[in-house]
Write a protein that binds this ligand. Structure first.
Ligand SMILES: [Zn+2]
Length: 100
């Protein structure tokens, strides 16, 4: 097992069910620019006029060079962008499932 999976009751966080960074940010309308492991995008966490947000495709981790917004994966991005709790964001991204 690659990741620890915290469980609560009959439910469980399924990290492997999170969308890939490319799929997620594309679906969110975040236009990824550049090439390579790190891409640039307009930062949604401040009024951005040029792409200040850096996104690592492999993990979905992100960091804004201007406002300092950062996180380790698309789940963290979703929580911060929509003001959601961990569970709400995991559920919204299809990564919170009934344990079997
Ligand atoms: Zn920013």
């Amino acid at each position: 097992m690659r990741y620890a999976q915290p469980t609560r009751g009959r439910f469980a966080f399924r990290r492997e069910s999170l969308p890939t960074a490319i799929d997620y940010f594309t679906a969110q309308g975040v236009k990824l620019q550049g090439a390579g492991a790190w891409r640039s995008a307009l930062c949604p966490f401040h009024q951005d006029s040029k792409p200040s947000l850096r996104i690592k495709l492999e993990t979905g981790s992100f960091r804004c060079m201007v406002c300092g917004a950062h996180g380790g994966d698309v789940l963290s991005f979703h929580m911060q962008n929509y003001g959601l709790s961990f569970i709400e964001a995991a559920r919204a991204l299809g990564a919170w499932e009934v344990a079997r």
